[in-house]
Ligand binder design. Structure first.
Ligand code: NAP
Length: 273
């Protein structure tokens, strides 16, 4: 693993020890970087437990990305320059994921888009003055951005917008700031946010037997790829969505079909007919 000693990163979206944000932050720490964590106020006690005795955690502050004032205040507490940030935030009201898409209210749609997509613009805008030239931004997305996944509903729309924003921000902030902006599209991993997706356990079961690697991905798989994109090793990569999903996005039909195809469907009769 590449040494990130002397580098500093901001990680938004730590809710618990299962959070993808926490796995990413911990690996950054293991590689020698210093990390500032942004968390939602209601998770304060959990975050306090997590950061105890973690010398690589430089700072931890609450930040609600749905409120401009909260994001502004968070950034006023930062000092010095950072080498990048991780945006690991997604939310849609649970109710909205249970109803048919035709019943989606404007309010729920707006909430999902503001928290899960617009927040990337907001975070980058406020963080830019604190980022070094050539810094790296990584956000987390899901396959539901470009395929229908039952139960994902408006989160799919929000992730589609997020992935487009990755390209917009990369094109907009690359020339002046050398900023790289990428997304990691993670396969399903059991976290607090994922538990709110109806049928999530069935999706996990399906993936375990239908991905090319015949397994689900782990928090560590996602952390490895994210840390690569944050590091100078990815210096030429921007505006991309990188899949960390055990290969699922590359297949078009269940592998079970292969067994059907290779077994002869008609047994040829013995000898010449
Ligand atoms: P998680 O541990 O629940 O993290 C989601 C984080 O987003 C939580 O800290 C959550 O806080 C935060 N958040 C929601 N609204 C916020 C707001 N207004 N301000 C600040 N933070 C807010 O779940 P996770 O699975 O690690 O999710 C991290 C990212 O990975 C999300 O973008 C998710 O869509 C993406 N992702 C996850 C999977 C998966 O299967 N787990 C797969 C692909 C992509 P609250 O709990 O308070 O809302």
């Amino acid at each position: 693993m590449q040494d990130l000693a002397g580098k500093r990163y901001i990680v938004y979206g730590v809710a618990s020890d299962t959070s993808l944000a926490w796995a990413i932050a911990r690996e950054l720490g293991d590689r020698g970087a210093l990390v500032t964590l942004a968390y939602q106020k209601r998770f304060m006690s959990r975050v306090l437990q997590l950061v105890k005795d973690q010398k690589w955690v430089e700072q931890y502050e609450e930040c609600d990305v749905s409120l401009d004032e909260s994001v502004r205040t968070f950034h006023t507490k930062l000092t010095g320059e950072y080498d990048g940030l991780v945006h690991a935030i997604g939310y849609a009201p649970a109710d909205a994921l249970m109803k048919p898409i035709t019943e989606t209210t404007q309010e729920d749609f707006t909430t999902a888009m503001v928290v899960s997509s617009y927040s990337l613009i907001r975070v980058v805008r406020h963080a830019l003055p604190h980022l070094q030239h050539g810094a790296s931004v990584v956000t987390l997305t899901y396959l539901g951005a470009n395929r229908v996944v039952p139960g994902y509903r408006i989160m799919g729309t929000a992730k589609a917008a997020l992935e487009e924003l990755v390209r917009e921000l990369a094109a907009s902030c690359g020339p002046a700031y050398g900023l790289r902006v990428n997304a990691v599209s993670a396969g399903p991993v059991k976290t607090l946010a994922a538990s709110g997706v109806p049928g999530f356990d069935m999706i996990l079961d399906w993936m375990a037997t239908n991905t090319p690697l015949r397994r689900n991905v782990t928090q560590q798989d996602v952390a490895h790829a994210t840390n690569f994109l944050l590091s100078p090793a990815a210096s030429g990569i921007t505006g991309q969505v990188i899949y960390v999903d055990a290969g699922y996005a590359s297949v078009g039909a269940p592998p079970e079909l292969e067994r059907v195809l290779v077994e002869p469907r008609i047994t040829p009769p013995d000898g010449p007919v």
